[in-house]
Write a protein that binds this ligand. Sequence first.
Ligand code: ADP
Ligand code: NA
Length: 303
Amino acid sequence: MPKVIVFGSVNMDLSVDAPRVPAAGETLAGSGFITAAGGKGANQAVAAARLGADVRMVAAVGADGFGEELTAGLAAAGADVSLVRRVAGETTGVAVILRTDGENRIVLHAGANHVLTADDVVADLRRIGEKDDVFVTQGECDPLATEAALRAARELGLYTIYNPAPARPVPDDLWPCVDLVCLNETECQVMCGVLPVDDATCLAAARRLRELGAGAVVITLGAAGSFALGADGETIRMPAAPATVVDTTGAGDTFIGALAAGLARSFSLAESMSWGALASGIAVSRLGAQPSIPTAAEVEALR
Ligand code: ADP
Ligand code: NA
């Protein structure tokens, strides 16, 4: 079976509840401090691995306790971590999250996530990438390394999935190197200048990326499910799975990991989206991001 190779971020999320946002110089008593494994790259790798894919993670963490814990978590989910570097003198990426009145205020420190260069990642891909492997990347690592990786993956005959999150402009000539771009509503608005509120706006946004050279375009719409414009021009509308929502953190990452795992086992785009909908439906009904991601058996039980 083709592999799923993920180049992406590995973060520790540190969150605490506060009664309000402290003023400059002020100290407030907080509560409910938790640490949670995160980073879009790691979340997507965990999702693909739990769903049965042969996953290789390409990433960097600091030579610290967080890095050790996060790498162990990836391995426990079944991902191969032999290309996760521990970088001396760097910290592991962290997201510091202040929760007040149900609002999150987040400061992201990329740390080791920005250490891998285009040369590093391209060398990894040349070493392990084989035709028809699925390559997945996002926007939380060095942009030049990410773009070079997509170009190298395309040259090697890999199927490339790009999740531009956070969204930022990319050179037009990158799009022909992307077989599938997966965006949520916010990312769609930034990348395409269109807020996807219905099928017509989804189609208009997707057509824009197709015209620039992207293969398939998948837009996720939260509880409204997902929309796709396939490489052959077909449109797919996939409803979300019915769910009692507990925590939607990482819903999109679960969907993308499942999509990659499905495509690696030669599911059609529609079947892979259906798997993504079921997997993310389970994930939103449980607390946390990575811990809430289901296994292939749990998803199959719903089919
Ligand atoms: P992101 O987490 O990137 O914002 P979305 O919110 O679009 O991504 O969610 C991705 C997928 O997760 C959706 O396409 C849907 O299948 C599923 N999902 C998200 N929210 C819900 C929900 N409230 N109920 C059921 N499924 C959901
Ligand atoms: Na969850």
